[in-house]
Ligand binder design. Structure first.
Ligand SMILES: [Zn+2]
Ligand SMILES: [Zn+2]
Length: 292
């Protein structure tokens, strides 16, 4: 009887997955069909990408400002210090200025490169296998390029004149992820676009990569480590606790330079301080438990 039950549940879950899959695919296809017939390639790749980026970035980042102001879920906050409303507002104003004056022109300038490398927005869509392989490749390549770029930004002159802007917020919140000097936006922006630029993806793949990368960096700066945070389940994923450590230490001692994963810092020994702190914390917890 138990065997039958598990068989039925398996069949039903497969049917549900198939229906949802088809429904999602149909929805994506009809949305894309509408966009292709009503907008030019340039409009979609530049203005469409910009609009999508702004929506995902602000919708995912703003809730963390609300959480900090209201003091909700404070037991999951990594640092006890809070940002002032003036500091939060300064971040938003500066972000809007840079997004319109740096990010948008950058997207427009890189369009011919993407076209040259074979980017397309026509139907049919690539298979999920192609999309997921390309996105995974972008994450690995971005993490590698970002790691070295970020380490260079922590040298004395570049830190003082460029990267210190991003480190103005020692207690980061979601939106501070993109708060940086325009030169850094151009410099590290290269890490984000190099993957798509060399593979010439479908526009859908490019948009999926952009959405996931924005969500990842907002989460890394959110200032909260929840029981449901991805770093609790994905072994090589850095997450908020990992990057928060980078922000709260002096620039020469910070370490944890990677954007998404933890293995680059482990390989090059730049996470030693962080790992030592983790050991100390878990020892302290263990001692506390024994006392109880
Ligand atoms: Zn840094
Ligand atoms: Zn940061």
């Amino acid at each position: 009887m138990r065997v039958h039950f598990s068989l039925y549940t398996e069949i039903w879950s497969n049917v549900v997955v198939l229906v949802v899959d088809c429904w999602c695919l149909k929805l994506v296809m009809s949305c894309l069909e509408y966009l292709i017939t009503n907008f030019s390639d340039f409009q979609l790749a530049c203005l469409g990408s910009f609009f999508l980026h702004e929506s995902v970035f602000f919708l995912s980042g703003l809730p963390f400002i609300l959480l900090e102001r209201a003091g909700w879920l404070s037991k999951y906050k990594i640092q006890t210090k809070n940002n002032t409303p003036a500091a939060q507002e300064k971040c938003i104003t500066r972000l809007l200025l840079y997004h319109f004056c740096v990010n948008l022109p950058l997207m427009m300038a890189s369009y011919p490169v993407f076209r040259l490398m074979g980017m397309r927005s026509t139907l049919p869509l690539p298979s999920w296998k192609v999309i997921s392989t390309q996105v995974l490749f972008y994450f690995i390549l971005e993490d590698f390029v970002f790691y070295w770029g970020h380490r260079i930004l922590h040298t004395k002159w570049l830190y003082k004149h460029v990267h210190s802007v991003h480190h103005e917020y020692a207690t980061p919140f979601g939106l501070t992820s993109e708060y940086a000097h325009p030169a850094e936006i151009l410099f590290l922006g290269f890490a984000t676009i190099v993957g798509p630029a060399v593979t010439g993806p479908h526009l859908i793949t490019l948009w999926l990569w952009m959405v996931l990368r924005v969500l990842e960096t907002v989460e890394a700066h959110c200032g909260y480590h929840f029981p449901w945070s991805l770093s609790n389940f994905l072994p090589l994923y850095g997450g908020a606790d990992f990057h928060d450590y980078h922000h709260r230490l002096l620039y020469t001692k910070s370490g944890n330079y990677s954007s998404t994963f933890v293995y680059m810092d482990w390989l090059f020994g730049t996470d030693k301080g962080y790992r030592r702190l983790k050991v100390l914390k878990s020892d302290a917890c263990e001692a506390e438990r024994k006392e109880i």
